[in-house]
Ligand binder design. Structure first.
Ligand code: SF4
Length: 332
């Protein structure tokens, strides 16, 4: 199998890549000649599918758990926290509204409310309603919360949410206390409720094989998400999975470009952690405030969270134009 031919086939996007072809792309060595060609092709295809535009979505974290779902990679998981430590306070309504207003004024293309499984669902709905009242309907509001029944997905839609971020994580059911079927049925509930999907192959670490990555990619492609792509695991002190190490940026960039060539339809490919990723096809990045499962700071804007301005500069330096206005394709 000639890698250059597979890259050309993925770039042309006329027919789906075979599983063996997708696996070959995911196994390209990051420092090889093929890797640079693959990343160039990923960039070209992202530009073609997005009209040359990158987007910045803004995440507001509402709580820090401790979450009973014990995902080994998550700073909120009870397994990664001292059971005797005092519970971190949840974001107040006024804090959330101020964050949302700031993001709307700064030009975020979408805003996303994030909570753990432990967060009260009615409060989550209330936060959505109040954010909508404060900033109007000009910016799509997405939810990233626990698993959903059809009734809960419907309630999110009725509260003014326009989409759902949800992922079937690498090692779901083994390094998490959630069955794969539960994650997939949440995505189905969202689809039935008219909530388009934002997703990502995450959190990828050095221990994950191309086969494991492809198995989830194939399932996500079938769901026709608006945003997809890859996200490497972030090392957080005291978090169990951090012991397995972190992907290098070039390896992550190979995965981003490979995903871009496998996926012929998503407009947005995650996630631009760096100019290298943005130059390999990643054209969406998240700014983060409040709690963050990839940070120990209770307000991630004082830690790992990046501002809209920082990400705008990253994309501009990488040669992308930024979409102005609401991210298209979400529920009205
Ligand atoms: S990833 Fe989500 S479900 Fe898992 S422990 Fe963290 S907050 Fe809970």
């Amino acid at each position: 199998m000639n890698i250059m031919d597979i890259i050309e086939k993925g770039l042309a996007a006329k027919e789906p890549l075979l599983e063996a072809e997708a696996l070959a792309l995911l196994q390209v060595q990051p420092d090889s000649r093929e890797a640079f060609y693959l990343r160039w092709a990923g960039l070209c295809k992202s530009r073609a599918l997005s009209g040359g535009k990158a987007e910045i979505h803004a995440q507001i974290g509402l709580d820090s758990g401790p979450c009973p779902k014990v995902c080994q990679f998550c700073a909120f998981a009870s397994v990664n926290n001292d059971p005797n430590a005092p519970k971190k306070p949840e974001a107040s309504l006024e804090e959330v509204l101020a964050y949302a207003e700031g993001y709307a004024e700064a030009g975020a293309n979408a805003i996303l409310l994030l909570s753990t499984e432990a967060y009260d669902f009615d409060t989550f709905l209330e936060m959505g309603v109040r954010v909508r009242e404060r900033i109007g309907f000009g910016t799509p509001l997405l939810a990233n919360t626990g698993d959903l029944t059809p009734a809960k997905a419907e309630a999110l839609r009725n509260a003014g949410f326009a989409g759902l971020y949800h992922a079937l994580r690498l090692g779901e059911g083994e390094v998490t206390d959630i069955r794969q079927e539960t994650r997939l049925s949440t995505m189905e509930a969202a689809r039935m409720a008219g909530l388009p999907l934002s997703t990502c192959l995450e959190p990828i670490g050095p221990e994950h094989s191309a086969e494991a990555i492809y198995a989830i990619a194939a399932q996500m492609l079938a769901l026709k998400p608006i945003t997809a792509g890859v996200g490497r695991r972030v090392a957080v002190p005291g978090v169990e999975a951090s012991r397995n190490g972190v992907l290098s940026q070039p390896q992550n960039a190979v995965y981003a470009a490979a995903y871009r060539l496998i996926d012929h339809r998503s407009r947005l490919t995650a996630s631009a952690h760096s100019e290298l990723m943005a130059n390999s096809g990643a054209n969406i990045a998240w700014s983060e405030v409040g709690s963050n499962p990839r940070d120990r700071e209770s307000k991630t804007e004082s830690g790992k969270g990046r501002s809209i301005e920082f990400i705008r500069n990253l994309f501009t330096e990488a040669g992308w134009e930024l979409l102005s206005g609401p991210s298209p394709g979400w529920a009205g």
